[in-house]
Each structure stands twice: as structure tokens, then as C-alpha cells.
Design a protein around this ligand. Structure first.
Ligand code: ATP
Ligand code: MG
Length: 249
């Protein structure tokens, strides 16, 4: 298949009992494209991401990461292949410092970390990586603070730092601006635009200002199915999308 795709699904389906949370979804995302997935509450967006990251096993269908069939692989294997994620719910170590939170992630993918001979060099690499990420995402001034003491907005940014520290090729973001003030959400949009140069991003998001600003292409989910797909301009003027989703926003 086309080797320029970062992710592709084929008739991907997840049933919870009689409910088809994701229903026959075909998606193809080229490398380098920032894809946003939007849609009403319960449309199946998180369920879709959960299948990609291996947290949920599909009922039917296929998932390909750069042509490799990853359908049904457990999360640690999907992670090792290069897919990282942040969760809809904040997941950091509140009693570790900001720096330590990112450091734990940075050295988690270091091969040979049990070998003392290469251990030292890899630790140095991890350290410079942590510093670079904290700087890029504007958290270096709070590097020594306890993660749990950060504002909600900064904790969400820290989650992205943690995910980036694992050097993913594909980053899945599930509502990174949830609970944020409009100003924080604007900052998050800027930040997403800055990191997209280094990593492929799939963004699930309700904040339409953020989506319109950062997305190259939008897929609209409704009741587990794809209702529409197109450029931000096409989607914002799509009548059915307006009825089902944008009207209520
Ligand atoms: N573990 C589960 N068991 C049973 N039903 C579930 C489970 N997870 C999700 N669902 C149901 O599947 C449907 C899709 O849920 P999902 O969380 O994927 O929606 P979403 O698009 O992410 O919504 P939101 O925008 O509110 O986050 C919903 O009807 C939800 O209640
Ligand atoms: Mg969700």
C-alpha cells in the first residue's frame, strides 16, 4: 500500500454489546498531515484512538501504522513501534518535578539502559532531550517545581512533553485543551503548530478555534461513523456537520 501514509484503518469497528461505538471506519492519513477528528459527545473519537494505541481490541477491521498491521497489538508494542499519546484525563506523576516527569519518559525508550557501558552516554542524551523539550514547550522556568503544583493548563502541556520525550513518530492528542481558558487554548494551538514539524499528530478536539487553526484536514465522526471529511473551510460550511455538531457549539 501507499508508503506515504502514517496511519490507515480499514472498516475499523468496535462494538460494546449492541452499541457500535466505531462502525466501519476507513481513514487514511498521509505523513506530515495534521488530522483533526471532531464530532459530538459519544461519537466514538476516543474509542477510535484507544484502538490505535492498543488499549481496546477492535471487534473487526484493520489498523496499519506506516503499512505495518498493528491491529490488536497490546499498548506496549504499539508504543515501541512509535505511537505515543496523551489521555483525555491528566496523567502525570504529581509528586515528581516537571523535569523528572519528562526525564522518566525520555529514558524509557533508551536501548541498553541496563548496560553500564552505554548507560552513561544515553543518560546524557536523555538529559539534553528533556531540556530541549521543556524549552520548546515553555516549561523550563518551572522545571524544578512539583508537577502537581502546576496550573491545569501547564499540566496538560507537561503531558505533551512527556509524550514527546518518548520520541514518537505519531502523537495522538485527545482533547488537549479540555478545561483550559481561551488564552491557554490559544497557547496550546501555537504549541501544537510548533511540534507538528517534528511529529505526526492526530488531534481529537472540541475547541473549534483550535481545530480551525491547526488542522490540515478534518474528519467528522457521528454515531461511530464518518459523517464528513475535508479541509477546515469545507467542514465549517458543510450543512450536515452544522446540523449534527457545529450548530450545538
Ligand atoms: N468501555 C466502554 N464500555 C461501554 N461503552 C463504552 C465504553 N467506552 C465508550 N463507550 C460508549 O461508546 C460510545 C463512544 O464513546 P467515546 O468515548 O469514544 O466518544 P467520544 O467521541 O470520545 O466522546 P467525547 O467527545 O464525549 O469524549 C459512547 O456511546 C460511549 O458511551
Ligand atoms: Mg472522548
Amino acid at each position: 500500500m501507499a508508503e506515504n501514509l502514517i496511519l490507515r484503518t480499514e472498516r475499523l469497528t468496535k462494538a460494546f454489546g449492541g452499541l457500535l461505538a466505531v462502525n466501519n471506519v476507513d481513514i487514511a492519513i498521509p505523513k506530515g498531515e495534521l488530522r483533526a477528528i471532531i464530532g459530538p459527545n459519544g461519537a466514538g473519537k476516543t474509542t477510535f484512538l484507544s484502538m490505535v494505541m492498543g488499549m481496546l481490541k477492535p471487534t473487526a477491521g484493520k489498523i496499519y501504522f506506516k503499512d505495518k498491521d498493528i491491529t490488536g497489538l497490546p499498548p506496549h508494542k504499539v508504543f515501541r513501534l512509535g505511537i505515543s499519546t496523551t489521555f483525555q484525563i491528566t496523567s502525570i506523576f504529581p509528586d515528581l518535578s516537571v523535569y523528572e516527569n519528562v526525564w522518566v519518559a525520555a529514558q524509557s525508550r533508551c536501548k541498553g539502559r541496563m548496560n553500564p557501558l552505554i548507560h552513561h552516554r544515553r543518560l546524557k542524551e536523555a538529559e539534553s532531550k528533556v531540556e530541549q523539550i521543556l524549552k520548546q514547550l515553555n516549561l523550563n522556568h518551572v522545571a524544578d517545581e512539583l508537577a502537581g503544583s502546576l496550573s491545569h493548563g501547564d499540566q496538560r502541556v507537561l503531558e505533551i512533553c512527556i509524550a514527546l520525550a518518548t520520541s514518537p513518530e505519531l502523537l495522538l492528542l485527545d482533547e488537549p485543551t479540555s478545561g483550559m481558558s481561551p488564552k491557554e487554548a490559544g497557547e496550546m494551538a501555537k504549541l501544537i503548530k510548533s511540534i507538528r514539524k517534528e511529529v505526526n499528530i492526530i488531534l481529537v478536539e472540541h475547541n473549534m478555534d483550535v481545530v480551525m487553526e491547526v488542522a490540515d484536514k478534518i474528519t467528522v465522526f457521528d454515531k461511530g461513523m464518518i459523517l464528513a471529511e475535508g479541509s477546515p473551510k469545507d467542514i465549517s460550511s458543510n450543512k450536515r456537520v452544522q446540523e449534527v455538531y457545529l450548530g450545538e457549539r
